[in-house]
Design a protein around this ligand. Structure first.
Ligand code: UDP
Ligand code: MG
Length: 333
């Protein structure tokens, strides 16, 4: 997509110059949680690639309350290089909060959130930047070959995308992760979101702007282990769906109406039968079935109500999303 205004030099966008700055600053935003062993290899792999881009850059690590000596490793790395910074959160707030912190503190014209485990190939950044120069504001990586993930993880991820995109008014591209390039104007848009339940993939989709995906192959994690268990992923999925859709609440109106309708028909049937054939006693089985079934349905709908009320509660409390203990950077000479 060539720049929108390239055919119309006499038109200005009053909200900002769509021209890309000639000497942009790139911010790499890297959340880390117990990654002491991964930081050195990460820098060793990423920095040569960044040097190749011939572009000013900074790497902003967000230490998400690690219990190992991740922070020490980061401080050592920062000593060697003024382009590295570390935002130290006061405890573990989770990846979504850490990412938000990073995006809010990044000073670049372009921001690239990236995992530290080298599952996201750094070479892709060059392709992101080509697309950005063409005029795209968001360029995201599409995990083309997920063979590095287990079959169960791929299947459950597939279900999640299908259900999410069915229920939510904004759809998220399937197999897109957080690895992407976002332009300053999108960063500013994201900073306006006051909500506590952060489902970044959904928020990225919600903001819109000129967006394009680039396929890539996701590598195996090189060092350390994944921080996401299936239980965490399940909760993550519920967070995602409930923060972007109220369909799970609405569905109870229909289920309730349907059950009430059926119950009414059944009542008519019983009354008619009594009128025609007289009173009889059997009915234990049908009674039990109805009671148990309705009990289950009610508990389920209460649970779903609870999910939403719980989320309302966190939003209403309006606590900060994360707390920063310190921002570490090498002292300027
Ligand atoms: N991470 C984080 N806070 C957490 C969990 C993970 O900052 O509570 C970071 C982690 O250090 C890594 C990135 O998020 O840089 C992705 O984590 P991981 O590789 O474990 O996720 P997966 O690739 O398995 O989805
Ligand atoms: Mg990973």
């Amino acid at each position: 997509m060539p720049s929108l205004l390239s055919d119309h030099p006499q038109i200005d966008n009053l909200l900002g110059d769509p021209q890309r700055p000639a000497d942009p600053l790139l911010s790499l935003v890297v959340p880390v949680y117990n990654e002491a062993a991964t930081i050195r290899p990460f820098l060793a792999a990423v920095q040569p690639t960044l040097e190749h881009l011939a572009l000013r850059y900074e790497i902003l690590f967000i230490n998400d309350g690690s219990h190992d000596d991740t922070l020490q490793q980061l401080l050592t790395a920062i000593c060697d290089d003024p382009r590295l910074r570390c935002l130290n959160l006061s405890r573990n707030f989770g990846k979504e909060a850490a990412l938000t912190a990073g995006i809010e503190h990044a000073s670049g014209d372009l921001v690239v959130p990236m995992d530290v485990d080298l599952q996201d190939p750094p070479e892709l950044i060059a392709e992101f930047i080509v697309k950005w120069r063409e005029g795209y504001d968001v360029v995201y990586g599409i995990r083309q070959d997920r063979s590095s993930d287990t079959t169960t993880k791929r299947a459950t991820a597939g279900w999640f995308y299908r259900i999410f995109n069915h229920l939510s008014p904004v759809s998220i591209p399937e197999n897109a992760g957080d690895y992407r390039l976002i332009d300053r104007r999108v960063v500013e848009a994201l900073r306006q979101f006051p909500e506590r339940n952060r489902f970044m993939k959904g928020l990225f989709a919600w903001v819109g702007f000129h967006t394009i995906g680039i396929p890539y192959t996701r590598q195996q994690r090189q060092l350390g282990q994944s921080k996401f268990s299936y239980w965490k992923l399940w909760n993550f999925a519920i967070d995602g769906i409930t923060s972007f859709s109220s369909a799970p609440l609405r569905i109870w109106t229909y289920i309730g109406t349907l059950i009430a309708g059926l119950a009414f028909l059944y009542a008519l049937f019983i009354v008619t039968r009594v009128l025609l054939t007289g009173v009889d006693m059997p009915g234990y089985a049908s009674l039990m079935t109805v009671i148990l079934f309705l009990g289950g349905v009610q508990l389920m709908s209460l649970g779903i109500l609870g999910e939403f009320i719980g989320r309302l509660f966190t939003e209403v409390k309006a606590r900060p999303l994360y707390l920063v203990e310190g921002i570490y950077q090498r002292r300027q000479p």
